[in-house]
Design a protein. Structure first.
Length: 192
């Protein structure tokens, strides 16, 4: 940590990119378990989705909740940006994996950053290749500038992170990815 920096916690309990599966309870559970005390962290705020989860896929983007996730991401990016500018070690507690978009949007507004992506899945699907339309299995593709502009080009800052600045670690879905190979969305066929 940089001299003078401190740990700050931001709650981002969104389920917009997945579904109501309990992930929204993570911030509360971790704080109840003593995370803030152990880190001597301060609470920087909570970003709550302004729209409700809609279980219907958009007929154009093939996403669930694309617009609400974009709005949530903009809100989250503001508080992330403020805390990073203060040189605070910022920890965002989600929610589903789609919160990555807002975190990286906040960083992108400051400059160039890298991403060490630890997940059991690569989360690099395109909307047409996804069986669910859930952004929680696509967020890595969006932050790297691929997919519908509603999530890949928020505020015209595409990409949020460059390919050469991304390390994907720990994913176990390589075999699953191979089975989707023939259904992958190509830039020329999907209009993105």
């Amino acid at each position: 940590m940089a001299k003078g920096s401190r740990y700050v916690i931001i709650d981002a309990p969104s389920i917009l990119g997945l579904r109501n599966s309990g992930v929204q309870n993570l911030p509360k559970a971790l704080k109840k378990a003593g995370l803030m005390d152990r880190l001597n962290a301060t609470f920087a705020g909570r970003v709550q989705p302004s729209m409700y989860y809609d279980p219907k896929r958009d007929p154009i983007t093939h996403l669930l909740n694309g617009v609400p996730i974009a709005l949530f991401s903009k809100d989250l990016s503001k508080i992330v940006n403020i805390e990073i500018e203060k040189k605070n070690f910022t920890i965002v507690l989600g929610g589903d994996c789609s919160i990555l978009i807002g975190v990286l949007l906040g960083l992108r507004k400051i400059g160039r950053y890298g991403l060490f992506f630890i997940d059991g899945h690569s989360d690099f699907y395109q909307p047409l290749a996804s069986t669910t339309g859930e952004v929680a299995d696509m967020e890595l593709s969006f932050v790297s500038g691929r997919g519908p502009d509603v999530l890949s080009n928020i505020e015209g800052l595409k990409p949020l992170v460059l390919d050469e600045d991304i390390v994907v670690f720990g994913y176990r879905d390589a075999e699953q990815s191979k089975s989707y190979g023939s259904n992958k969305c190509k830039k020329t066929t999907c209009g993105y």
